[in-house]
Structures are given as C-alpha cells and as structure tokens.
Design a protein around this ligand. Structure first.
Ligand code: F6R
Length: 244
C-alpha cells in the first residue's frame, strides 16, 4: 500500500525495469501482459521516462495486451490499440512485431480460432513473465466479467452493464460502447509467473476488499487471484481503505 498512485506506479515500473534488464542480460525476451484504462497510465509514463532518461530498452520485450473491445476499428480513438500506442509504444524502442493485441475487427466466426492462436502465441513466447492488471467495479480482470470460469482462456465475452456505463464517457455515451470484447481468460492470467493488480482511489475500495477478503466466486472474478501464489495487489491508501 502506497501513499499515492504516483509512488505506487513508480515502484511497479521499477520492477518491470529490473525484469527487462535481467532478461536482456540473459539474452532473453521479457514477456509482459499489459492492461489499458486509467489505472496504468502513470506506470506507462514512468516506463517512457525510464526509456528516455535511464536507457531502458524495449528491444527484448514482447507484449500481449489483455483485451480489446469487439467490434472496434484498430484506428478508432477508443481502441485499446490506439491507447497503447499513445501511452507507450509510440515513445519507446519496441519492435512493433513483438506487440500483440486482440483484433477487434476480426469476423465473429473467426474469433475462436484467433483466440486459440493468441493462447498458442503466449505459450510459444515462453509464457507471461509478468501480468499487469487493473480491476473493474464488477470485479472483472481483463474483461472477465462475473460468471467467468477460473480456467477460462482467451475468448469473446459480453460486457457487463456497469462496465459499459463506466466506459460511456470515453465513447460519448453508453449507446456507443461495444457490447462485447475479446479478453484473455482467467486461466491465461493465472498462468503468468507473476501478477500485479493495481488499483487507485476510494472508487475501487469496495471491490478491492471483495477481491482480497471475499469468498472465491465467479460473481467477483478477481477473487480467483486468491488461487495464485504469485499475485500482488499494489494499492494507494484510498483503494486499501476498507481492508481489514
Ligand atoms: C483493461 C482491462 C480492465 C481495466 C479495468 C479498470 O485492459 O483489462 O480490466 O483494468 O476495467 O479500468 P480503469 O483502470 O479505467 O479503472
């Protein structure tokens, strides 16, 4: 628990910096699972600073993003692809061929094959060294909404009404928020060698308490993280304020 999201984001960035440099020294890639949304913006700002000012190179980094709206044009202002370009990829020396984000424009009948391929690519890359997560007010991680199974893989899902309401501002009204998304599954996330969930502000306090202290259940998918031996919650004081 940190006094604020800036200190917390810097700490997570430092861990990523160490991981990337360690892997580079071994001649290996660092395989990162990344999230979008408001929560990781400061983390990405700090990673960009580390690249520009402290020589952190992303040449040996492979990134798998957690999720993408469906359907959505890759070039749309609300797509997670554009989000990642704006906050990270455009500012660091990553090889763009090493960046994978679910394809929000794929034909619906091709999503299952695409999803199996996404899982296969994660495995072929050696598996996720580190998965970064935010948490939605429904308890979703990625877009694994209530009802998700603990062994779920990458797949097409329907977004919860609360999640669509929370996204309404970005889309200029709830009616414009896609009904679906492609997301890595709970099983995909739990297979990561290390998981860090970040959450800031009192808006997240209630769901953080349920995720950490509540009974493991499909109603709050983030409770599945209790099954992992390698998960850490990085919180600010406000997000941690309801913990026992
Ligand atoms: C985004 C994602 C979501 C968000 C969550 C919190 O890639 O997977 O689970 O992390 O909806 O969003 P923010 O950070 O905007 O509160």
């Amino acid at each position: 628990v940190f006094p604020g999201m800036q200190a917390a984001s810097k700490e997570v960035a430092k861990r990523i910096d160490i991981l990337i440099r360690q892997k580079a020294a071994e001649g290996k890639n660092a395989v990162l699972g990344l999230a979008t949304g408001a929560t990781p913006i400061m983390l990405y700002d700090e990673l960009v600073r580390l690249h520009k000012e402290e020589g952190l190179s992303f040449k040996n980094v492979v990134i798998f993003n957690l999720d993408e709206y469906f359907p959505i044009e890759a070039s749309s202002a609300q797509s997670y692809k554009v989000f990642m370009q704006k906050h990270l990829f455009d500012h660091v020396d990553i090889n763009i061929n090493n960046v994978l984000i679910p394809d929000g424009m794929i034909r619906k009948e091709d999503v299952a094959l695409f999803s199996i391929g996404y899982e296969a690519k994660i495995i072929a890359s050696g598996g996720l060294d580190l998965q970064i997560l935010g948490i939605g007010r429904t308890g979703h991680i990625g877009f694994n909404e209530p009802g998700s199974a603990p062994n779920s893989g990458t797949r097409l899902v329907s977004l919860d009404e609360l999640t669509r309401s929370d996204a309404a501002r970005d889309f200029g009204g709830k009616a414009n928020v896609p009904l679906k998304a492609i997301t890595m599954g709970i099983g995909t996330i739990l297979a990561a060698r290390k998981i860090i969930l970040m959450a800031w502000s009192e808006k997240k306090a209630e769901i953080v308490k349920k995720a950490i202290e509540g009974e493991i259940s499909a109603e709050i998918p983030a409770t599945y993280l209790q099954l992992s031996n390698s998960v850490e919650f990085v919180l600010d004081n406000d997000a941690a304020s309801l913990l026992t």
